[in-house]
Design a protein around this ligand. Sequence first.
Ligand code: AHR
Length: 504
Amino acid sequence: MSHRNARMIIDKELKIAQIDKRIYGSFIEHLGRAVYNGIYQPGHMTADEDGFRKDVMELVKELEVPIIRYPGGNFVSNFYWEDSVGPKEDRKKRLELAWRSLETNEFGLNEFSKWTKKVDSEIMMAVNLGTRGISDACNLLEYCNHESGSYYSDLRISHGYQEPHKVKTWCLGNEMDGPWQIGHKTAKEYGRLAEETAKAMKLIDPSIELVTCGSSNIQMPTFPEWEATTLDYTYDYVDYISLHQYYGNADNDTEDFLALTQDLEEFLHTVIAACDYIKAKKRSKKKMNLSFDEWNVWFHAMQEDSETMEKRPWQIAPHLLEDIYTFEDALLVGLILITFLKHSDRVKMACLAQLVNVIAPIMTDNEGGAWKQSIFYPFMQVSKYGRGTALVPVMNVTKHDTAKHIDVTDVESIAVYNEEKEEVTIFAVNRNTKENVAFDADLRGFVDYRILEYSVMEQEDMKAVNLLNKETVRPVSKTAYRFEDGKFETVLGKCSWNVIRFGK
Ligand code: AHR
């Protein structure tokens, strides 16, 4: 019997927040094979009349992604949106500087709008505040959202799109604090530009929601001064501030890798504090929410990618950022999602970066099928069963230390109550790499509930991966548990991802 344990109390009345389903968003950038040979591949055996791969659409639908950020990422900071609309034969080929590729513009924003509808999603659009500014952002918004009777709305109609795209959510640039960004700016330069762009955009369409750029990651030297300075300008005009963070296990230390959500907690607390500081400074009544619009594991393919961009630039749809995800990566993805749910009172949007082929849960073979990476499963399960109200995880749990973190909880867990379906789901990760953990949950108040499903992902080999036609990492159902009088008991295997669903 392990001396490690985690005890949890779940109570309907102890609510964190109603979860905004947009925390299960994702991201498609014009990068590598995300668009070309990813979501769009005319001539592929599964392509539909628009050239969209049906096998990919099926997998995207399985993930139930409610919002998808587009068209970048670093790509957007030198993007001329006009190149991507109108007759395909007239579209310009451009040198794409962020990823040193060739952009044919064969697929553009109207095609993306059509595709998002087919996968039951909506667009989170980013505007170029790197090499462009206020007027181009306004023109794009007019093209997308204005009904008709103005130059850009009529241009859209002339391109065959009578109905406006009605894009609700707009990002004011991308990672503008990063020296790698084309058109990188200081906090003051960005703050002023974002403020004026936001003001003008809301004059065109007051119903839109705007996301101002926060820091590119917690390690940025300008963090968190960037947040305070830029929000001082933009606070009254925007609705969300963005956060981005990618994680890696370059030291090959699984225990420490799985502790990284401690850093994520710190990132969230600091950004929330910066928002609330500016709120107080401005005597504002408005609460600034968070859009974690890029997050994932990203490190496996970096070396290869630098070589491709340096030595073999200007390719169309090169293999870039094609990280093959391991089992331990899937555990971290589960831990990150639990962390977002714990902060669902402030994190209202989040985008798993990215969706297809580029640091993605879904991969394609140019000549063959599409397949699911290890990270597909925790994301799919939380997106599917993590709808409703996040409940406060009242936890008593043993802890351990790792190389760079102290007091790391053995188990991270949260429960989500779906009132409509009368279901409650516990998501739990045992991140102790050496020991199993005895787990019990007291489901007080959930009278007459029974177990609907207990699914688990466990592997001896932390580096196990899935490949085309070979799926090693996937959830299986578990029967070793007890559930009596509202008390649930099991043993969470070391390094395991657990989804326990209760219903009437
Ligand atoms: O998602 C890949 C890249 O990561 C994005 O283009 C950029 O915004 C971030 O640095």
